[in-house]
Design a protein around this ligand. Structure first.
Ligand code: GDP
Ligand code: MG
Length: 375
């Protein structure tokens, strides 16, 4: 017993050579190895992460909007550790998701998308729905302010207890936006939102991405915005399940009706994006709330129709594949760029291409060779 006690303390090296057991200074041996310390703190880390995850899951399922925002921030992170953490979260939320109608809303800036969402969202809430609004605006990474404008347009909606409004994912890489948006949709559905509105600004690629994530795609058009400008959006017209000509009020009413006939004619010649569904063209006024309920009725009809034909489910399955592809792209991209050696070499290659000392093709070959042993 005494031996054991002695082995735990010893005289310091600098003690006088004649010091006996009464000498007060003693060195106490540490009783834990570094290994022990790190493994126990790792365990603590594990526990707290699990605890965090439990809090996130419980908070989302009980529709705590602050927790839902935190969950979405985790989903939007580009760090590999966070992506893994987010996947654990999503795995636990998936069983509670899916029971919503996912609606994409697109149109040129100023078409009235945010005003429309305010009117449409409030009307859905009045009918007992819970509405989540997500905005995908690639330009907001540059202007950093568009959501502020949106919030003022959605004043009534944002004040409702039954709404949740979230600006664009911060990443500028569109590929990442698909994964992040899909996972955000799942989190919102798990929180009990059954109408998901996704606003996207009409700049090409973002519409194609949003189309692949939603059940119903609504295009808002306006008259007098230069039809040539909207003309380049023929590709977008082909993606739409309905076209609503907004701002059909005041002096604009007649022009809107004329535009409606013109668009109906154009649509007649196009292949509908949803099999067996001819996209209707309607006029509306988001500002005055005209025809908003009619649009809701058309979307309800669309849901009934596509449920009966099986298209609704088919589209949901396709959305899963889109999500998978987007996540794979994200992970490969992150895997490369989180590798210090690769990201240094990438920067050097960029300079070399700018200097003219390396061609892009040679740089790609070099970078792929560099990373080869790791993949
Ligand atoms: N007269 C009229 N103005 C509208 C209507 N909807 C939106 N606006 C106005 O159009 C402008 C742009 O609207 P906003 O919702 O921000 O468009 P977004 O860029 O597509 O989101 C705002 O000044 C709105 O008040 C409408 O139905 N009628
Ligand atoms: Mg807007």
């Amino acid at each position: 017993m005494n031996e054991k006690k002695k082995s735990k303390t010893r005289m310091p090296e600098w003690a006088p050579s004649n010091a006996d057991m009464t000498y007060a200074s003693r060195i106490v041996e540490g009783n834990k190895t570094q290994k022990n310390i790190s493994s126990s703190s790792a365990k603590r880390g594990e526990t707290s992460r699990k605890y965090d995850l439990d809090i996130l899951v419980d908070g989302v399922l009980s529709c705590n909007r602050t927790t839902l925002s935190k969950a979405i921030t985790l989903i939007e992170s580009n760090s590999i550790r966070h992506i893994q953490h987010a996947q654990e979260l999503i795995k636990r939320l998936i069983p509670y998701s899916g029971k919503s109608i996912r609606i994409g809303i697109t149109g040129v800036p100023g078409a009235g998308k945010s005003t429309f969402i305010e009117a449409f969202g409030c009307s859905a809430i009045d009918q007992g729905h819970r509405v989540a609004v997500l905005a995908i605006d690639p330009s907001s990474t540059i202007s950093k302010g568009s959501i502020l404008g949106d919030k003022t347009r959605m004043e009534k909606l944002s004040r409702s207890q039954d709404s949740f409004i979230r600006p664009s994912p911060s990443s500028g890489i569109l590929g990442g936006v698909a994964r992040k948006t899909m996972e955000t949709i799942i989190a919102c559905e798990a929180a009990g939102y059954d109408v998901i509105l996704i606003e996207t600004v009409g700049v090409g690629q973002s519409e194609v991405t949003v189309r692949s994530l939603v059940d119903f795609f609504l295009l808002l058009q306006i008259t007098g915005a230069g039809d040539e400008l909207q003309g380049i959006k023929k590709g977008i017209i082909e993606l739409a399940d309905m076209i609503a000509i907004n701002k059909a009020d005041g002096d604009n009413l007649n022009k809107a009706e004329l535009f409606k006939s013109e668009l109906t004619r154009v649509l007649h010649f196009l292949q509908p994006v949803s099999e067996g569904w001819t996209p209707p063209v309607v006029t509306c006024s988001a500002l005055h709330g005209t025809n908003i309920d009619h649009i809701w009725q058309i979307i309800t009809d669309f849901r009934t129709h596509t449920n009966a034909t099986g298209l609704f489910q088919k589209r949901r399955t396709a959305q899963k594949l889109e999500w998978f592809d987007s996540m794979l792209r994200d992970c490969i991209y992150n895997q490369f760029f989180n590798n210090e050696m690769f990201s240094q070499a990438y920067k050097q290659s960029r300079s070399a291409i700018l200097d003219g000392t390396q061609t892009p093709a040679a740089a790609v070959t070099y970078l792929l060779e560099l990373i080869k042993p790791t993949i």
